[in-house]
Design a protein around this ligand. Structure first.
Ligand SMILES: Nc1nc2c(ncn2[C@@H]2O[C@H](COP(=O)(O)OP(=O)(O)OP(=O)(O)O)[C@@H](O)[C@H]2O)c(=O)[nH]1
Ligand SMILES: [Mg+2]
Length: 225
């Protein structure tokens, strides 16, 4: 069971990018099923659940789970608290139950914008039943980075520090100079993380998701939400 944790400040673009990644993974699964079994598959959900998305929202009024579910994905919710602190145990129980019953290939966890994804990974590594390494993807809003780094420096810097991959999102809203400055700053906080510039409101090249998931495929493909 592959687990990817999506972190990043409120509104950075986590849900938009998860929709694109989920679409990529489902398409990849369909292709593999066609190739391997030579059988006609009408819906990815015959294979279901290949992918489970866990949504964590602080209040009970969030709509991300509805957006994701409207894409046909299997979504589990953890409301009214943050999975990196008060709901850490609930997340572990949920994930262990998913591992025992649904046994999906992929689990994507969207944290609240206030979470420290590294704390979540630590808890899951300690108490979880999965054996594969957990990947942390932190989404950064290129346009608002400087402002947020002033207002909430510890939070946004730690989110970057804990990442395996930093997605520098919303590049359509920032000019090149600002994006380069943000990239340099991110590099100074976490030199080893892979940094990728993109725009979650447009088409994402399949190469981005292959890089993150380690999947194979054509370099031409793009994923829509
Ligand atoms: N212009 C632009 N807008 C984007 C981009 N990515 C996301 N958005 C928009 O930014 C807003 C927030 O995106 P979400 O994907 O909901 O962000 P999030 O990080 O999941 O937000 P929370 O879950 O509330 O923390 C939405 O209105 C998106 O349509 C982008 O690359 N460019
Ligand atoms: Mg969201």
């Amino acid at each position: 069971m592959n687990i990817i944790i999506f972190g990043g400040f409120l509104g950075a673009g986590k849900t938009s990018l998860i929709l694109s990644l989920a679409s990529f993974l489902i398409q990849k699964n369909l292709k593999e099923v066609h190739q391997n079994d030579q059988q006609e598959v009408q819906s990815p959900y015959l294979q279901s659940p290949y992918l489970v998305i866990i949504e964590n929202e602080i209040g009970e009024t969030g709509i991300d789970h509805k957006i994701l579910r409207s894409g046909g994905y299997e979504v589990r919710e953890l409301f009214a608290g943050c999975v990196c602190c008060t709901l850490a145990a609930d997340l572990t129980v949920m994930l262990n139950e998913i591992a025992d019953t649904l046994k999906p290939q992929w689990v994507i966890i969207e944290c609240t914008g206030l979470a420290y994804p590294g704390n979540i990974a630590d808890t899951l590594n300690r108490y979880g039943k999965h054996s594969d390494p957990i990947r942390i993807v932190t989404v950064v809003d290129a346009e608002r980075w400087e402002e947020l780094a002033e207002v909430a420096p510890i939070l946004v810097e730690k989110q970057v520090q804990e990442a395996d991959v930093v997605l520098i999102n919303k590049i359509d809203l920032a000019d090149d100079e600002v994006i380069s400055l943000v990239e340099d700053r991110i590099h100074s906080i976490n030199a080893s993380a892979k940094k990728i510039r993109l725009s979650g409101s447009g088409m994402i090249p399949g190469s981005v998701w292959r890089e993150i998931t380690g999947a194979n495929g054509s370099s031409e493909e793009v994923t829509e939400k």
